[in-house]
Design a binder for this molecule. Structure first.
Ligand code: FE2
Length: 119
């Protein structure tokens, strides 16, 4: 795993531990799937990084929304949806592999391409 991934994940965990723990679980599931599909170690590592960083854009979401125990308003959802673009932009600017950038950008996309899933 590269140093940028480690540094970003550390910052993410400091900002939002619950989301970072979720991301670590996602990363571990991706490793399990990639291994069971017979992927090579290099590819498995990329998927692991994609899992760790798919929600990194949440670092750009306000605490009021990110840590709210309340149900989101429509405006809150609109802000939360921005995490996919924030994350993809951050990862792209740092030169991460395209599959990692796309994991951040599209991880809430509906399978039919119909938009953000989760609101
Ligand atoms: Fe997300």
């Amino acid at each position: 795993m590269n140093e940028d991934t480690t540094a970003l994940f550390f910052a993410f965990a400091a900002r939002d531990r619950a989301s970072a723990e979720h991301s670590r679980r996602v990363a571990n599931y991706l490793v399990y799937l990639a291994e069971s599909w017979g992927m090579r170690e290099k590819e498995i590592l990329i998927y692991y990084q994609a899992g760790l960083l798919h929600d990194i854009g949440k670092i750009g979401i306000s605490d009021r929304i990110l840590k709210s125990p309340e149900k989101y308003t429509r405006a809150d959802w609109e802000e939360m949806k921005q995490h996919v673009y924030i994350g993809a932009t951050l990862l792209k600017s740092l030169g991460f592999a395209e599959v990692i950038v796309k994991a951040a950008q599209y991880h809430h996309e509906r399978f039919d391409g119909g938009g953000y899933l989760g609101s």
